[in-house]
Design a protein around this ligand. Structure first.
Ligand code: NDP
Length: 240
């Protein structure tokens, strides 16, 4: 039977490309999303991949959502923690809510989902967890203390959990994308984006598929000896 892969925030952007790529690899893929029904419907209509709505930032919702997936599709063998949000602003303008929301979804979501999946992976002595970090978690970014802290936290979370999973055949890795052409980047003002592109040595934004191929590799059998690593896919913008 095909292994089951869950991609949080899988109905659009980078997550959608990851879903399609993992399906090509032979996994039974399930997406999760937060509440954009229009995008979720279009995703399922166009790909035939099921989408489950729950908030990864809520511990209870994540446990219940993963249990539903396990009951209806099968226990989760591959977890891709891709769901993420931004609430940008300088420290002076950032509210406590902006800080909490980003930490809760981007970093808390990784913990909540891993808690729901890890026991099964341990019991079968095989699992793959890929966490989507960010170049801005590696290098920092003006106006993003919340996002940079959460993404940087993901890189630490990855290395710590990799040590716990190794003896059970569970690999835990991160991908740190640079600027990728998705809705998230479309929200960046044109003038700011022009300056960002000027800093990317390859001279363009990345494509969602270019991140998805990295996830697919780490989730495949070929990735069995890679754990605790961070793969930077950023067009040379930050060489870490
Ligand atoms: P998008 O904004 O295009 O999509 C975000 C996805 O996450 C959507 O499916 C959204 O669901 C889902 N989501 C948001 N909050 C939650 C939540 N609380 N629970 C469940 N799902 C949620 O993002 P991108 O594709 O651009 O980014 C994907 C990941 O890559 C993120 O973690 C992001 O931080 C990271 N990243 C992106 C970069 C970029 O340049 N685009 C650069 C570096 C990292 P819904 O549609 O229902 O809202």
């Amino acid at each position: 039977m095909a292994r089951v892969a869950v991609v949080t925030g899988g109905t659009r952007g980078i997550g959608r490309a990851i879903c399609e790529s993992l399906r090509e690899e032979g996994f039974t893929v399930v997406a999760n999303y937060a509440g954009n029904e229009e995008k979720a419907r279009a995703f399922t209509d166009e790909t035939g991949i099921a989408a489950y709505k729950f908030d990864v930032g809520s511990f209870e919702d994540a446990q219940a959502g993963c249990q539903k997936i396990a009951d209806e599709v099968g226990p989760i063998d591959v977890l891709v923690n891709n769901a993420g949000i931004t609430r940008d602003g300088t420290l002076a303008k950032m509210s406590q809510e902006d800080w909490d929301d980003v930490m809760r979804v981007n970093l808390g979501g990784c913990f909540n989902m891993a808690k729901a999946c890890f026991d099964h992976m341990k019991s079968q002595k095989w699992g793959r967890i890929v966490n989507i970090g960010s170049i801005n978690g590696q290098a920092g970014q003006y106006g993003q203390v919340n996002y940079a802290a959460a993404k940087s936290g993901i890189h630490g979370f990855t290395k710590a959990l990799a040590q716990e999973g190794a003896r059970y055949g569970i690999t835990v890795n991160a991908i740190a994308p640079g600027y990728i052409d998705t809705d998230m980047v479309a929200a960046v003002p044109d003038t700011v984006l022009e300056k960002i592109v000027a800093q990317i040595p390859v001279g363009r934004l990345g494509r969602a598929e270019e991140i998805a191929r990295g996830v697919r590799f780490l989730a495949s059998e070929d990735g069995a000896f890679i754990t605790g690593s961070t793969l930077s896919i950023n067009g040379g913008q930050h060489m870490y």
